[in-house]
Design a protein around this ligand. Structure first.
Ligand code: IPM
Ligand code: MN
Length: 353
């Protein structure tokens, strides 16, 4: 098969981890007789520097024409410390999500047998964890009206959801649950928030269409607690944008490193695959960042966007082998053992594919 993949490396360690994902993807393509054309495009702080906006129209065109988007990370400290900056790299990410209609962010959380003890959580609590968050990605407080009043003394961010927005996300949740253990958790704050009551009411009304799925309704604060107490009691969780942002960072602790967790964003146009970690500015250019989350995101891309399960499995298998053999970057290296460079991990994976 032939694929055209938009390559959005972004900022910080983005280009370094993307580089390794490209190497591994090209090696897989060679092995399985596919042809990948990469279409690099600017996004984030580097796009602001080059053309003044974080998600240029030209980048959007490239994404719309592509079969998938592989994305690194965006963000730069010069913006984090300047709340008054008129344009911010993150706006590019939000605009990209909106313009590509990426309303569902799929974030799996699982453990790697060889890394169980890397997690700060006790082995017996996390063993066997295999859950997936479906985070709503183009609505809620992220996209509601926001601003200042009273000469800047009052600020507001509105949280707005329509029934249709909840339905399309929940539909994906029910469908995913049907392919797994048929358990769905709707995460909300329906004891306080009106948007959450709309979520709950909408999901409840959909239950009759999926009689085999057992649905639980849990408040977000309780989920935050149970997620680290008994993560393996969850399977598929659906939630609104901000709750999903927070809970998925929390969930990454279960796997032992943020550098391991892939994600997919899907919706109306081209799907996007990206690691859940950020741009890790302190590590930029040092060749020390963990490329595995991006490489595993490429595996998700092969499987979900192109329907190529064997290719995805081959990537996951070689990643597991590298973890078992201790071919890992410094975030995962155990005391006294060698920490491999980002590019060395990529090279090793290519050689061992
Ligand atoms: C994420 C990130 C983004 C978000 C930021 C960079 C805007 O934290 O993808 O989870 O909040 O959605
Ligand atoms: Mn986040």
């Amino acid at each position: 098969m032939k694929f055209n993949i938009a390559l959005l490396a972004g900022d910080g360690i983005g280009p370094e981890v993307i580089n390794e994902a490209v190497k591994v993807s090209d090696a897989i393509a060679k092995k399985f007789n596919h042809e990948i054309t990469w279409a690099p495009a600017l996004t984030g702080a580097c796009a602001i520097d080059a053309v003044g906006v974080p998600y240029p129209d030209e980048t959007h065109e490239i994404c719309m024409k592509a079969d998938a988007v592989l994305f690194g990370a965006i963000g730069h400290p010069k913006y984090d410390n300047d709340p008054s900056a008129p344009v911010r790299p993150e706006q590019g990410l939000l605009l990209m999500r909106k313009k590509l209609g990426l309303f569902a962010n799929v974030r799996p959380t699982f453990t790697f047998p060889s890394l169980i003890d890397n997690s700060p959580l006790k082995r017996e609590r996390i063993e066997g964890t295999d859950l997936v968050f479906l985070r709503e990605l183009t609505g809620g407080i992220y996209f509601g009206e926001k601003g200042r009043k009273d000469d800047g003394e009052t600020a507001f961010d509105n949280c707005v959801y329509t029934r249709a927005e909840v339905q399309r996300l929940a539909k994906k949740g029910f469908e995913l649950a049907m392919t797994r253990s048929k358990k769905l958790c709707c995460v909300d704050k329906a004891n306080v928030l009106e948007t959450s009551r709309l979520w709950r009411e909408t999901v409840q009304a959909m239950e009759k269409d999926y009689p085999e799925v057992t649905v639980s309704y849990e408040f977000v604060d309780a989920v935050a607690m149970r997620l680290v107490q008994w993560p393996n009691s969850y399977d598929v969780l659906i939630t609104e944008n901000l709750f999903g942002d927070i809970l998925t960072d929390e969930a990454s602790v279960i796997s032992g490193s943020m550098g391991l967790m892939p994600s997919a964003s899907v919706g109306e146009h081209t799907s996007l695959y990206e690691p859940i970690h950020g741009s890790y500015p302190q590590a930029t250019g040092l060749n020390i960042a963990n490329p595995l989350a991006t490489i595993l995101s490429a595996a998700m891309m092969f499987e979900d966007a192109f329907g190529l399960k064997d290719e995805a499995e081959a990537i996951r298998a070689v990643v597991n082998k590298s973890l078992e053999q201790g071919v890992v970057t410094e975030d995962l290296a155990t005391k006294g053992s060698k920490a491999y460079k980002t590019s060395e991990v990529g090279d090793w994976l290519v050689e061992n594919l």
